[in-house]
Design a protein around this ligand. Structure first.
Ligand code: AMP
Ligand code: GLY
Length: 420
């Protein structure tokens, strides 16, 4: 089969590495891909959101199956467009991707179906939102832009002034465009965070190994939020008892709710959970694999990923036994100096071997490009250095040894991944 993966970050590299293990795939393409993916698949220079370009490429090259990985093309209807011309896809259609594309939708869904989440109100007027926050007078107050915002649409306001500023920039300055037409103002929750990615075909749900992201840029969870600076799997806080509770009160009810809404969800449904003193609650849904969660989850998968993708597409996931390895995985993200704010690109990376690896570890490329034989930085998050081992300590030690063997100017990474 000819398979196309859409996207070009560390997550897509991890998906492609796993798909390469499948015997059923004769040719693997990635659009647009990156400098590391180019060593594992044929990269095609089409933007991940270019629906017309993607459809034309898929038809011309007789692509059998596509994996749509990032949120933007999913929310724009990439799956609908490809399926319409006979390309089978892994990923939700536009109607189901709204579970990530609109926080107002997802919060209302949870309220309607009794799925535990933070208490909230929705506003389309900044003055009313601020009046509500003042009246509540409990800080921090959480302000969320309704639509997609590159993972930056959440503000934890410590006081009235910060809340006013957040509402102003989201709803009036429109820093996230129309994503800020509405906001959700919600209760601040506390507790350890857990990411659980699940395969679902709209009927059956198969949770993957749990993981923990590290969203803040600095050690000790300081500084601004990023797309994710590192991950570990499994998440040590996610006990079998909590997993059972999440299955019964969150995962199954969500799949059922989407079906009842006439928006059956097929693909990877990502649950961002907080284990609060009152039990697990949903912080957010994503309609896709997490990045860099995928980089620690998929290396622990034993079952053929492509078989799972096809079973999800064909609504026969119940007949697949999805199996996971014992052991742990750790991923440390090496980022460009300045990220998540301004940073330079085009810097040469040394310490990678000819397959783009460091000895003994897997290096997933996120923001790199090929320049002849050289690999240059091309994004904020550059590499995800990943290791698996029987214990978390060993996995971390191997991953950090990998990091130390790689160099580019002004590189920065967190030194405390998995230490909480
Ligand atoms: P999100 O972009 O929705 O993943 O939110 C980014 C981060 O903000 C989450 O990972 C949490 O750490 C934090 N966050 C979001 N909502 C809440 C909340 N209601 N209470 C506390 N922290 C939150
Ligand atoms: N790492 C968080 C996300 O993918 O949204």
């Amino acid at each position: 089969m000819k398979v196309l993966v859409i996207g070009g970050g560390g997550r897509e590299h991890a998906i492609i590495r796993k798909l390469k293990e499948s015997k059923k795939i004769a040719a693997l393409f990635c659009a647009p891909g990156n400098g590391g993916i180019a060593k594992d698949a044929t990269c095609v220079n089409i933007g991940a959101c270019d629906i017309d370009g993607m459809v034309a490429f898929a038809q011309k090259n007789a692509i059998d199956f596509a994996v749509v990985a990032p949120d933007d093309p999913l929310c724009l209807g990439m799956v609908d467009a490809l399926e319409a011309v006979g390309v089978r896809c892994f990923g939700p259609n536009k109607a189901a991707a709204i579970i990530e594309g609109s926080k107002v939708f997802s919060k209302n869904l949870m309220k309607k179906y009794g799925i535990p989440t933070a208490a909230y109100e929705v506003f389309d007027d900044p003055a009313q939102a601020l009046a509500y926050i003042k009246e509540q007078n409990t800080y921090p107050a959480v302000v969320k832009a309704d639509g997609l915002a590159l993972g930056k649409g959440v503000v934890i306001a410590q006081n009235e002034e910060e809340a006013a500023q957040a509402l102003h920039s989201i709803m009036e300055d429109k820093i996230f465009g129309t994503s800020g037409n509405k906001v959700v103002v919600e209760e601040f929750l506390t507790g350890p965070e857990v990411s659980v990615l699940c395969f679902t075909d709209g009927y059956t749900i198969a949770p993957m190994v749990s993981s923990m992201d590290h969203k803040r840029v600095g050690d000790g969870d300081t500084g601004p939020n990023t797309g994710g600076m590192g991950t570990i799997a499994p998440n040590p806080y996610y006990t079998p008892e909590i997993a059972k509770q999440c299955m019964d009160t969150i995962f199954l009810p969500t799949v059922q709710a989407m079906k009842e809404e006439g928006r059956p969800f097929k693909g990877c449904l990502y649950f961002g959970l907080m284990l609060t003193p009152k039990g697990p609650k949903v912080i957010e849904y994503n309609c896709r694999f997490g990045d860099p969660e995928t980089q620690v989850v998929l290396p622990l998968l034993k079952t053929d990923l492509f078989e799972i993708f096809q079973a999800v597409r064909d609504e026969r996931l119940a007949r697949i036994d999805v199996q996971w390895q014992d052991g742990c995985a750790a991923c440390v993200v090496m980022a460009s100096g300045g990220y998540p704010k301004k940073y330079a690109t085009g810097l040469p990376i040394s310490g990678l071997d000819e397959t783009g690896q460091a000895p003994g570890v897997t290096v997933f490329h996120a923001g790199t490009k090929l320049d002849g034989d050289n690999i240059l930085t091309s994004g904020g998050r550059v590499l995800g250095v990943t290791a698996t081992a029987p214990t978390l300590d060993e996995a971390l030690e191997k991953a950090y040894a990998g990091v130390e063997s790689i160099h580019f100017d002004n590189c920065h990474y967190r030194k405390d991944i998995g230490r909480k």
